[in-house]
Design a protein around this ligand. Structure first.
Ligand code: PLP
Length: 365
């Protein structure tokens, strides 16, 4: 069995978590919470980082902190994990769906402007499977219309766009440390920003807007949220972050091998490579075209029977029950890509031999 994407736990995780248990610092304050935020901010070269209980909470927190709420429109791709869209819904805002690009599977920035109305308040680019949205163009549009940019970088830790890290390119970037992500805390998330005031506000909102009065009582000025991450999980996060560059190197090495072995296979389209993008390759992805010798779903079945865990691309969110009837642009590429896409095994523990086996099945079985 070759799994799709499993965690890699071979650093200081046990040591740091044991320290939390031994010292009784298990809850939402503690040195590892502070360290995880500081070290994540340092890694991404940003001023503020606020840790949360998951990536969805980080996205919701970003929207609330920026003042996006009731009746505001937020432009988001339909081909994403539903969390991006649900976060918009949670704050009472309205998701407006934009199509994706055929070669990169991420938001097509050329189709964003036509969806902007006087109600639009923000754009949420999602760096799907690790590939970054064309952020220079998108930031240009956001500037022109005075919109916030909230990057859903949950799948793109370590991705570089024109030398800058994904998640640092908009007003706020959000990450996930779910078990299948590049680094994991079991469940967890992080919000990052270069706007220190915004970072402070997000931290305050994530902790029930708690302040302490002179005699030590708790006072709350606004309705806040309990989005905090416990010290035990932050301890795991610190240990995982120590390994992030090593893990990225393996992911990229395996992606290069996939590219070499699958290049030129009739009916298989690879993810676009351009010189100004260094994809983290969170999930290595291909499209199965009409001239491949079998359908996308037949290939998924062949892989499954051999014990190779692959996954079809995300289904378009705009066609799911909670969002049917939502405002959308043309969704032709989204539907096409969603019907053709496959994520191939991408764990850090994936060996070169396993990549060769997978590619051999795609080419010959
Ligand atoms: C694109 C995208 N957005 C948001 C999330 C939400 O993250 P979490 O599962 O940590 O809430 C995920 C991952 O799960 C994701 O893949």
């Amino acid at each position: 069995m070759i799994p799709l994407c499993i965690p890699e736990i071979r650093g200081n995780e046990w040591k740091y978590i044991k320290e939390c248990l031994d010292t009784n610092w298990v809850s939402s304050v503690g040195k590892f919470v502070d360290r995880f935020e500081e070290e994540f901010a340092k890694y991404n070269e940003v001023k503020s980082a606020v840790v949360t209980m998951n990536g969805t909470a980080a996205l919701q927190l970003a929207l609330v902190a920026l003042g996006v709420g009731e009746g505001d429109e937020v432009i988001v791709p339909s081909m994403t994990f539903i969390s991006s869209v649900n976060a918009i819904k949670y704050v009472g805002a309205i998701p407006v769906f934009v199509d994706v690009d055929r070669e990169t599977f991420v938001m097509d920035v050329n189709k964003v402007e036509e969806l902007i109305t006087e109600k639009t308040k923000a754009i949420m680019p999602v760096h799907i499977y690790g590939y970054p949205v064309e952020m220079d163009e998108l930031n240009g549009i956001a500037k022109k219309y005075n919109l916030f940019v909230i990057e859903d970088a949950t799948e793109a830790l370590g991705t570089l766009y024109k030398g800058k890290l994904a998640g640092t390119l908009g007003d706020v970037g959000c990450f996930s440390f779910n078990g299948n992500k590049l680094i994991t805390t079991g469940a967890g998330g992080m919000l990052i920003t270069n706007n220190e005031e915004l970072g402070k506000k997000a931290k305050y909102l994530s902790n029930q807007t708690k302040t302490i009065t002179e005699n030590g009582a708790m006072y709350h000025e606004e309705v806040g949220y309990n989005f905090r991450m416990p010290n035990i999980l932050a301890a795991m996060g610190v240990a995982q972050l120590e390994k992030v560059d090593e893990y990225l190197e393996v992911k990229r090495r395996n992606a290069r091998l996939y590219n070499d072995l699958l290049k030129g296979v009739k009916g298989i389209t690879l993810t676009k490579e351009v010189d100004y993008v260094d994809n983290c390759y969170w999930l290595y992805s291909i499209l199965v075209e009409d001239d491949f010798r079998m359908s996308r779903d037949e290939l998924l079945n062949v892989l499954k029977e051999i014990g190779i865990q692959a996954r079809p691309f995300f289904l378009p969110v705009h066609a799911m029950k909670p969002y049917s009837g939502s405002k959308c642009g043309d969704m032709n590429v989204t539907i096409d890509v969603s019907n053709r896409g496959i994520n191939l095994p991408s764990s850090v523990s994936l060996t070169e031999e396993e990549v060769r086996i997978i590619c051999d099945v795609i080419k010959n079985k």
